[in-house]
Design a protein around this ligand. Structure first.
Ligand code: NDP
Length: 500
């Protein structure tokens, strides 16, 4: 049976630590700003369904101030030595680490994700990005190209004013994954968090300022899609980086294309995990749990299509269900809890609807998939078996704790079925056969692949999708390519010859 713990009100937490709560809705030009004329943005604690804070959407005036600040800050920031820019980012990383607990509690209140996760996966992952790209800032150089007597060199330049738009599942991580490489390269940024999780990006702006970031280099404005659209369409903006769903990605990409802007699109997925008969069963089940139920399943790269070979299939389903039923569901602020609520009533509704569709279409609900009788947006983690490729639960991104097990026979069949999707974010293979592991990884149509593990995204490793899952890469050296451009300079050493 699922276990549940009792609940601590988020209001108490926020009252107990008022310095944790951002002082105003927006952070522009190095300070908090408010404009109460903006439409209200209620912050709902997902574990209780109650409003714990209230912010305001950015008015056109706030959007204008943020863009103007980012534009004004650009010349001095890009002219600063990389080593100096990097020092500021690394200082911010240190402050984040020192305040990890407070930031994690804030993230838990905003997202509903259990503290056992946010303490290790959110602000700390953001700090890693600031450290990593901060360290790299001094090393960003162009090339020398020998051309006989003549020569050329390239200069790696920032793109200019960048807009970052975040999803609600990893708010501070997403803000850092975008800000760190952008700022390291000498760009400035206006960041808009999802209106569902507006708080932690403001704390990031506050911390960066404390670390010495000049005013206007990183600004945060709140708002729904229309605010995001206003940012993307502004002619002062040179680059847009979105983490969001495929439909939003298509809209934002099109708007950016009209202004010939650079884009990074980190979008959704329906990623496959292929488990062969020879795989270590316990490891494969652990990975399926991490890749389906961490953050209550609200992770873009989740391996929600579990292709399991016939010989190991029944044992896998049985073991997965047994272990999923041991999830400790409850108060996300209790560190023992390892499965929290969904982010919102709407997201809970979407996930429960998919459970209904799965049952209607004839899949076998092995465990979970029920709304829990307690306040907040809780459901039990669901495992379906007997899933066919044409079912909605196997084709569409659910973004909730719903895993689908699909049986397969041969490697060729598994690969064909795994790749038969519009998405291409991630994929994994579980086997003890070395050659097969690398063969399958090379044939996956996915941007990020794992062998015998799932969802590990260290900052050193590029992350991103192919096909409808997006363009561009975050993390790793690859991210630098998406926040800078190369200028070529040809140097003539002799006379100029002309035909007449
Ligand atoms: P959405 O696509 O609904 O929203 C993403 C962001 O875009 C939000 O800040 C949203 O604002 C904003 N937005 C919406 N419309 C526009 C517009 N026309 N112009 C500019 N901005 C706009 O995604 P969710 O927040 O619901 O996040 C879930 C999705 O994100 C899933 O599909 C998931 O797979 C994907 N995701 C991808 C990741 C990756 O790295 N590949 C990581 C995490 C999530 P608002 O919410 O305020 O409307």
């Amino acid at each position: 049976m699922m276990q549940m713990s009792t609940q601590r009100p988020a209001e108490d937490l926020l009252r107990a630590a008022p310095d944790v709560v951002p002082q105003a809705s927006h952070h522009v030009a190095g300070g908090f700003v408010e404009d109460a004329a903006g439409a209200p943005i209620p912050v709902i604690y997902p574990a209780s369904g109650t409003e714990v804070a209230r912010l305001h959407e950015a008015t056109p005036d706030i959007v204008e101030r943020a863009l103007a600040a980012a534009e004004a800050a650009l010349p001095a920031w890009r002219a600063m030595r990389g080593a100096e820019r990097g020092r500021i980012l690394r200082r911010a990383a240190d402050i984040i680490r020192e305040r990890n607990r407070a930031l994690s509690e804030l993230e838990t209140v905003d997202t509903g994700k259990p503290l056992s996760e946010t303490l290790v996966a959110d602000a700390l992952s953001g700090a890693e990005a600031l450290d990593y790209f901060g360290g790299m800032a001094a090393t960003l150089t162009g090339e020398h190209l020998a051309l006989g007597e003549d020569w050329a060199y390239t200069i790696r330049e920032p793109l200019g004013v960048c807009v970052g738009i975040g999803a609600w599942n990893y708010p501070i991580q997403i803000a850092c994954w975008k800000a760190a490489p952008a700022l390291a390269c000498g760009n400035t940024m206006v960041f808009k968090p999802s209106e569902m999780t507006p708080l932690s990006a403001l704390k990031l702006a506050e911390i960066l300022t404390e670390a010495g970031l000049p005013p206007g280099v990183f600004n945060v404005v709140q708002g729904r899609g229309a605010v995001g659209a206003a940012l993307v369409e502004d002619p002062r903006v040179d680059k847009v980086s979105l983490t969001g769903s495929v439909p939003t990605g298509r809209r934002v990409y099109a708007a950016a294309a009209a202004g010939m802007k650079h884009v990074t699109m980190e979008l959704g997925g329906k990623s496959p995990m292929i488990v062969f008969d020879d795989a270590d069963l316990e490891n494969a089940v652990s990975a399926a749990i991490n890749g389906n139920f961490y953050s209550s399943g609200q992770i873009c790269s989740n391996g929600t299509r579990l292709f399991v070979q016939a010989g190991i299939h029944d044992a896998f389903v049985e073991r997965l269900a047994q272990r999923v039923e041991r999830a400790l569901i409850g108060d996300p602020l209790d560190e023992a809890t390892n499965f929290g609520p969904m982010v919102s009533a709407a997201q809970l509704g979407i996930a429960l609807d998919y459970v209904g569709k799965g049952v209607e279409e004839g899949a076998r609900l092995v465990t979970g998939g029920r709304r829990l009788d307690r306040p907040g947006f809780y459901m039990s983690p669901a495992v379906f078996a007997g899933v066919r490729d044409d079912m909605a639960i196997a084709r569409e991104e659910i973004f909730g704790p719903v895993a689908s097990v699909l049986k397969f026979g041969t490697e060729e069949e598994a690969l064909q079925r795994a790749n038969a999707t519009e998405f291409g974010l991630a994929a994994a293979v579980f086997t003890r056969d070395l050659a097969r592991a690398h063969r399958v990884a090379s044939r996956f149509a996915a941007g990020t692949c794992w062998i015998n593990t799932y969802n590990l995204t260290p900052i050193e490793m590029p992350f991103g999708g192919v096909k409808a899952s997006g363009v561009g890469r975050e993390n790793g050296r690859a991210a630098i390519e998406h926040y800078s451009q190369v200028k070529s300079v040809y140097v003539a050493m002799g006379d100029v010859e002309a035909p007449f």
